[in-house]
Design a binder for this molecule. Structure first.
Ligand code: GLN
Length: 551
């Protein structure tokens, strides 16, 4: 019989529930347990795929093509486990399921209600990972939002019922709160935590563990006070002080015996985990001997969450390269003005050792991305393009090397005379926007001897996708004649997956999203190679080449 951990949050949002859940998953896995994490989000979208990155941050894509909350990315990275569509539920999907059943008449004339129908569906979904996998030991379910929100209520009610229906030692509730430090009083305030726990208890859930986020250490006195008011032994109140790297969180929790106490409470007998390798990895992340600077030229840069997995992939890639990757964020639109000529570009990119153009949608910022790619190509700066980044590289090369002055993408220039990027055949005629892109893992064959082949060391790979547009095959010969190599394609050769320019130190772009598969213990080969190329570029350009980066 599996055990169930529920993680909720109170006081404010953005407390790092996802990282806390992922860290617990990491520790339980290190204790030899098979752990599945899942996220239940109370909003009404069926999935976050239709939401703007400005609203919701990155959409994380799983192997099976599920478009998910970015916390699923943390879960996969911290537990080195591939998750699936069933591991991300939203209120929208709950209602979609129930309404479809209602239309089929499956409720046999009964009135369909939040209790019991919505809560029953949520309870079914809590159990679903176990139904498919009898060897799962622990399911950790994180509830999005904040306790007290109207829309979270059915989820909390379902958890209350679930706990009632299962033996005490089979479920555990972990609640995250904020303990603010009031500088004027020089004091930490426990009241918001007390109120949040009171709110949770009024719904019928007594938390078993409290994880208190603070920017100061939570002293013994504060923990005792919180324990007393919240009906918990002091050792069940944890200090979640801010950390430099999210990868420190499992270590901090372990130092406070979090994993041991959870296992005791769930009556799971497990050995002490060996966190040595993780500790060593965190040491390299915190104290890299060197740093390199990489520019990220995108349009969602005000919201770093929009590029979460890319940020993490750079952290991972720095580990084997023994560097910290400093990211310089450049709004692609800021490169577009007439006044941004060669000199200005030199000022902006002069001290940069690599340029990454990430994915995106729509026409805003495209000319700036094309300009950045041209700069990288002409100046031998390592360039890595992802999805839209590949499409922009095709436009740049089309215009400058393949003699197609008006090369464009039909996504943002429907009337372009040279649509070097166009809608995929399978996308034509699709009207609905939700869940209809080319999504999830697809195989890709690599050309012998190419840079891509060298990086992966494999002839066939599999990567995750999220796009509607593709390289137009009609122009392939023309690009090849101009020197471009199509080094990765779908096994039937119909879809271009990777392009590269031989003769350049590192000029490679991919149609898929490699950042989604990078893990701290297994950095993605392309990010790893790109960072290595950035180090080489830095060594070549020497300290004299260091011009301060602007953006
Ligand atoms: N907008 C482009 C497409 O749909 C690229 C998508 C992306 O970068 N994820 O093909």
């Amino acid at each position: 019989m599996a055990k169930f951990v529920f993680v909720t949050g109170g006081v404010v949002s953005a407390l790092g529930k996802g990282i806390a859940s992922a860290s617990l998953g990491n520790l339980l896995k290190a204790r030899g347990l098979k752990v599945i994490l899942q996220k239940f989000d109370p909003y009404l979208n069926v999935d976050p795929g239709t939401m703007s990155p400005f609203q919701h941050g990155e959409v994380f894509v799983l192997e099976d093509g599920a478009e998910c909350d970015l916390d699923l990315g943390h879960y996969e990275r911290f537990t080195d486990t591939n998750l699936a569509q069933i591991n991300n539920l939203t209120s929208g999907r709950v209602y979609e399921t129930i309404l479809a059943k209602e239309r089929k008449g499956e409720y046999l004339g009964r009135t369909v209600q939040v209790i019991p129908h919505v809560t029953d569906e949520i309870k079914r979904r809590i159990m679903l990972p176990v139904k498919d996998n009898p060897d799962v030991d622990v399911v950790i379910t994180e509830i999005g939002g904040t306790v007290g929100d109207i829309e979270s209520l059915p989820f909390l009610e379902a958890i209350r019922q679930f706990r009632l229906e299962h033996p005490l030692e089979d479920t555990v509730s972990v609640h995250l709160t904020l303990v603010p430090y009031i500088a004027a009083a020089g004091e930490m305030k426990t009241k918001p935590t007390q109120h949040s726990v009171r709110e949770l208890r009024s719904i019928g859930i007594q938390p078993d563990f409290l994880f208190c986020r603070t920017d100061h250490h939570l002293g013994e006195d504060a923990r005792r006070k919180i324990g007393l008011f919240c009906n918990l032994p002091v050792e069940h109140v944890f200090d979640g002080k801010d950390v430099t790297s999210i990868y420190e969180v499992p270590l901090n929790l372990h130092e406070q015996n979090f994993d041991r106490l959870i296992c005791e409470r769930l009556r799971l007998e497990t050995p002490e985990p060996d966190l040595g390798p993780w500790r060593k990895m965190v040491g390299m992340i915190l104290h890299p001997p060197e740093t390199v600077k990489v520019a990220i030229v995108g349009k969602y840069i005000e919201l770093r969450d929009a590029y979460k997995s890319i940020i993490e992939a750079f952290i991972h890639a720095g580990i084997p390269n023994r560097v910290g990757v400093e990211k310089v964020w450049i709004d692609s639109e800021s490169l577009e003005g007439e006044d941004v000529g060669d000199r200005r570009l030199e000022e902006i990119f002069g001290g940069i050792h690599g340029i990454l153009v990430p994915g995106g949608f729509g026409d805003r910022g495209i000319p700036g991305k094309v300009k950045a790619i041209r700069y990288a190509r002409e100046n031998g700066v390592p360039f890595f393009g992802i999805c839209l980044g590949l499409q922009c590289a095709m436009i740049e090369i089309g215009r400058d090397l393949a003699g197609l002055e008006k090369a464009g993408s039909s996504e943002f220039e429907p009337a372009t005379p040279h649509p070097v990027i166009h809608l995929m055949e399978m996308q034509k005629g699709i009207a609905n926007l939700g869940g209809t892109m080319r999504l999830g893992a697809y195989p890709c064959s690599l050309r012998e001897g190419s840079l891509a082949h060298q990086c992966y060391g494999l002839a066939e790979i599999s990567e995750r996708h999220r796009h509607r547009y593709e390289v137009n095959n009609e122009y392939r010969e023309r690009f090849e004649a101009a020197g471009l190599v199509f080094s990765g394609t779908s096994p039937d050769d119909r879809l271009v997956e990777i392009i590269e320019l031989p003769g350049h130190p590192f000029f490679l772009a991919v149609q898929f999203h490699p950042e989604l598969k990078s893990r701290p213990g297994a950095p993605h080969p392309l990010f790893r190679a790109f960072v290595a190329a950035a180090i080489q570029h830095q060594e070549k350009s020497g300290p004299g080449g260091e011009v301060s980066a602007a953006g």
